[in-house]
Ligand binder design. Sequence first.
Ligand code: ADP
Ligand code: ZN
Length: 756
Amino acid sequence: MDGITQRTPRPDGVFPRRTVAHVATDAAIGRTFDYAIPPELAASVGPGSLVRVEFGRRQIDALVLDVSDRSAHPGALKPVLGAAAGKPWLSAALIKLARWMSSYYLAPIELCLKIMLPPVVRDGTREDGFKRRLVVRRARGSAAAKPATARQREILERLGDGEENVAGFCKAWGVSPPTLRKMAAAGLAEIFEKVERRDPLAGRRVLPSRPLPLTGEQAAALALVRAACDAPADGPPPRPVLIRGVTASGKTEVYLQAIAGELAAGRGAIVLVPEIALTPQTIQRFAARFGNTVAVLHSQLGAGERHDEWARIRSGEARVVVGPRSALFAPVERLGLIVVDEEHEPSYKQDETPRYNARDTAVVRARFEHCAVVLGSATPSLESWRNAQDGKYALATMTRRAVGEAQLPRTVVVDMRGEAAKAEGKLPVFSETLVQAVRRRLELGEQTMLFLNRRGYAPTVTCPSCGHREECSECSVPMTWHRDDGVLRCHVCGAFRSPPRRCPACGCPDYRYGGVGTQRVEAVARRLFPGASVERMDLDVTTRKSSHEEILDRFRAGKTDILVGTQMIAKGLDFPNVTLAGILNADAGLAVPDFRAAERTFQLVAQMAGRTGRGLRPGDVIVQTLSPDEPAIRLAAREDYEAFARGELAERLELCYPPFAHLHCATFRSGNREAAAAAAARFAAAVGRSERYLLGDAAPAAVEKAKGLWRFQVVLRGPDPAALLERLRAALAATAAAAERDRVSVSVDVDAVGAF
Ligand code: ADP
Ligand code: ZN
């Protein structure tokens, strides 16, 4: 493709007229097509234009990637039939970014373009997706007629000088729409359509906020960001800035002031936050500072809202975009700054094609746009940390909390082996230390958050006489008992069934409900603290759109003393009255078969610490564990990120894991176990051994069967990304036909994040 897009000037130095459009369309994956640009469309077709073309016997929309004066296509080209008016839908930098993603993440370019230009936005180009409503107002100017009847006079009085929604006005005053229309025809009133913005922030009262005087650490961080923002346009792109700032050190305030500087310079900004942290609280902080120039994109927006927010960004009305990973592709013109908050979050990785990491892709977009990029975290990913150590990134460190004297929380590690010994070998849900600490909070009227990484009541259901375990029939995982609705539920596929009366293997009538889930923590907490109000927040109680917010509102208002929950409560919440955070089983995360397990556990402890003591009173964190000597737990308790990173990096270097290597994972899925295993083995053989990388054997995935499909994996890692990608491409090409024949689906996860 690159071969045909080059343009040679004629001897007189003028480019020939670009007569060929190279387009991509999701009607055909993995290929681009050439169409002839008719002279009358020459002015409106360029890179990034949306065009209408004939494809087979259909007419479809396609996106122009490039225009040139030649085509590698041998025959005559079909003409472009039409082009969407206005400026291009994707900038040159975004097209370049899509190409980079397509090549780096081994994803078809159409799918990369599709996330940049979602269908709802594209559809808007044809029918213009705005919502309109009819409004009525009094006729103005000299042409306005005089009312002929008392009724008409009355209606005009009610209309006053404003505009009224036709439907609402008619309903409120008992006027029929034909009456209004007659008045309009008589020149008494005007009825017209008005575009109505569907505003995701509507109905929220946002009080404006002003920039706060910065602490010394904040000022230093801001200076680093400003320097990157002001990098000269003709020099090299600025270095990315990593801000390592403990929770509540005021990173967000630094972002806000950096963005304000960009707006003042006529540039725009994109702020990425993990979806789970995209709470009304977060959105309001940006809206309070920047008002209407903020656009919010998140997954719960309706199609209409998304279209309208997109249109506001495209028109330049909104200059600051806040959203989860896909907001990275917002068409902000004159982009000055990209912020990736909580840059270590695994949710920045998309788990379907294109499997991009928004943090890494943000760094690349910033390079293409020649703009600044800031990565912020209390516990940076080791990838970013190493880049900062190597000087590839500029580093700002914020070690103190911003508010008054707010101190970092004290962390106590409770050795649960001792607790079990005290209780005749039975592991209690709450240690004595935790019970005491919660009691004290209840006496003081302060609040507690309790974290457990498992929902349901009992995660394993086992027969006491034969050891039979209830597993999902479609997935190779045990079923979790949910006491709320009395069913066994699979957390991989969602299947549920009522628990069998007798063990299906041996007929024994009892089952043992083992392990601890959030429902059980909630039940135990109610028993241990009878006067307290306890609430639970996890996927099971937040399936309704608003219940998540309702639970948090009650907690914020102090109606809840103890909030039990999963990841949902660990991230980004800011409640000044929370002075105790408990992690009930810190070992659960360490047991995961992922080389990042220690890093994730460290992050979790730090995050929970970040939820406490955000007001004026100091906070406590209690970590219950069976392995108190694990560095991830010991060093997290001391908030010693640098020591943790040093030890962990040494280990990763020795074992050749990221950040010293890239790690890619190919997954083979099939309803037939042997077919999946064979495809993985064929693929590994096609990659071949080499000194340049480490190739793992084809092996079952951590969850071997999910949703009825068997999964086998091949992991490839090594320091040279180009060499790895070359081998992956070659092996994919060599084995595609056999995989298709055997109905095995193949996906390659470049820079994989997650369990292995
Ligand atoms: P982070 O993003 O690092 O978690 P925040 O920006 O949310 O930290 O700041 C934590 C709290 O401190 C917020 O309530 C914020 O309003 C307040 N804060 C931040 N910077 C300052 C400052 N310079 N002076 C006073 N309060 C501040
Ligand atoms: Zn299942």
